[in-house]
Ligand binder design. Structure first.
Ligand SMILES: NC(=O)c1ccc[n+]([C@@H]2O[C@H](COP(=O)([O-])OP(=O)(O)OC[C@H]3O[C@@H](n4cnc5c(N)ncnc54)[C@H](OP(=O)(O)O)[C@@H]3O)[C@@H](O)[C@H]2O)c1
Length: 322
């Protein structure tokens, strides 16, 4: 079992971010500036096992929740460049956009299915292309979402289908049973869940083995160390994918008290990114920058490297570190 990171590299910073997983190895001569992602991790165990690049690529911010969006051609180019540099795990969801993030990912990577894995997520209700704010993980809805995602992603199989959020109106056993059927039918290869409790993980895993849990985890948000999620992943052999590994860009050092977010397309405004909070917390970035300066590393590299190392420890020996 292992962990892979769902990170969204900035267009002009992709090289810095990709270096982390590569352990600072650079690509062969002739492409001296490029970094290669060589590290691999296996998420899940047994029939749920999934070998992926240690550093994944979170596609969300290219169309959703991150204020400014680069133009589509640039996004397609960057996604393919990430693939060329060795990223094999790309992360999207139906709700991102909604829908246009899957469409972008399908356009960029659909023709490379088999070589790369695009994981996606169902659960947030989307009607006529609009989010309703409700959850809908009823079996018939999962099936419909699956068919629609396959079309948008331009593929015939989803390498890993996550439940994006727990649906209080649908027993988790029904969700797991539906996914098991989709796996039997060859439409989905593996499954995962996001932001769920250890109890829910146990119930779901008993019906069909989970490959990965995806929850928020970074230097400034360490709930999964305390709420039993990493412990249950280790016990059951389930992988872990930490999302927002740079706290939505903050740990990279480019956000500060003067940063303005688009209130219509940036959820950081609802995640406590006030000027006061950013001013107070910037000292965390300063510590990373100071530590990195003497070692030739950026704050972003340190934030990702910390996660890559720590998760290995948590998922193998847990909190019995001495
Ligand atoms: N399962 C879930 O519920 C869930 C929730 C949220 C996210 N996710 C997944 O996690 C992925 C990543 O999440 P995220 O975008 O919230 O967080 P993140 O990876 O912590 O932050 C991404 C931002 O960091 C900045 N950045 C990237 N590389 C940098 C570098 N080298 N130096 C400085 N800044 C750098 C970029 O900002 P700029 O481009 O603005 O410069 C980028 O938009 C998403 O794409 C999605 O796949 C999943």
């Amino acid at each position: 079992m292992g962990a892979a990171l769902a990170v969204s590299p900035a267009l002009d910073k992709a090289q810095a971010a990709t270096r982390v997983a590569a352990g600072n190895k650079t690509a062969p001569a002739g492409d001296a500036k490029a970094a290669a992602i060589t590290a691999r991790r296996t998420l899940g165990t047994g029939k749920a096992a999934f070998k992926v690049s240690a550093l994944g690529f979170g596609v969300m911010g290219m169309t959703y929740n991150r204020s400014w969006h680069p133009d589509k051609k640039q996004c397609v180019r960057l996604l393919r460049e990430a693939m060329d540099r060795g990223v094999t795990l790309f992360d999207t969801a139906i709700i991102y956009g909604p829908l246009n993030n899957e469409e972008l990912t399908g356009e960029a990577l659909g023709e490379f299915r088999g070589k790369v894995n695009v994981t996606t997520k169902f659960g947030h209700e989307v009607i006529n292309g609009k989010a309703t704010g409700r959850q809908d993980s009823r079996p018939a809805t999962i099936r419909r979402y699956c068919e629609e995602s396959l079309k948008r992603l331009r593929t015939d199989v989803i390498p890993m289908f996550y439940q994006h959020r727990f649906d209080p109106n649908t027993p988790v056993e029904d969700v797991a049973g539906t996914i098991a059927d989709l796996i039997k039918e060859g439409k989905v290869l593996r499954w995962g869940m996001c932001e769920v409790s250890p109890d829910t993980i146990r119930k779901a895993h008993a019906v069909y083995p989970l490959t990965a849990i995806q929850s928020e985890y970074h230097l400034m948000h360490r709930d999964v160390e305390k709420n039993g999620v990493l412990d249950v992943c280790r016990e059951l052999g389930i992988g872990f994918v930490p999302y927002s590994p740079m706290n939505r860009g903050f740990l990279g050092g480019d956000l500060n008290e003067y940063t303005e977010f688009d209130p219509h397309n940036d959820n950081r405004t609802t995640h406590g990114f006030t000027p006061e909070a950013m001013r107070a917390n910037y000292r965390i970035v300063n510590v990373l920058q100071r530590f990195g300066r003497e070692r030739g590393m950026t704050a972003a590299q340190l934030a990702l490297g910390w996660l890559l190392q720590l998760l290995q420890v948590w998922l193998t020996i847990g909190n019995k570190r001495q």
